[in-house]
Unconditional design. Structure first.
Length: 111
């Protein structure tokens, strides 16, 4: 019985030492060039975020800033965005869209 315990403890000890790997140096992420390319918003989207060309990431930030400033996020279901008059044009006339659908609708207004 004592020999089985010793054999079992050797197996677990070898597993513990084998799992240690050398730490890799952290590599800083390079931003995707497609996201950083300046895009020109349509007139209806320009009324919300401004008419100047800007990257997609900045467009998303400005839309969320507008939504939070005007308290357009639904109180019960936070994933839904309630459209005001300006956003209704961007959302294709819909009164309410999900935050995931919003990005799809906004991309149609960028060139």
């Amino acid at each position: 019985m004592a020999t089985k315990k010793k054999a079992a403890s050797k197996k677990t000890a070898s597993k513990k030492t084998a799992s240690k790997k050398p730490a890799k140096a952290k590599v800083k992420r390079k931003p995707n060039a497609a996201f950083m390319k300046p895009m020109t918003p349509s007139a209806s989207l320009g009324a919300v975020i401004g008419a100047g060309a800007m990257p997609r990431t900045e467009v998303t930030k400005k839309i969320w800033a507008y939504i939070k400033k005007n308290k357009l996020q639904d109180a019960k279901n936070r994933r839904m965005i309630n459209a005001d008059d300006k956003l209704k044009d961007v959302f294709g006339g819909k009164k309410q869209v999900s935050m995931f659908e919003m990005t799809k609708l906004v991309s149609k207004h960028l060139k």
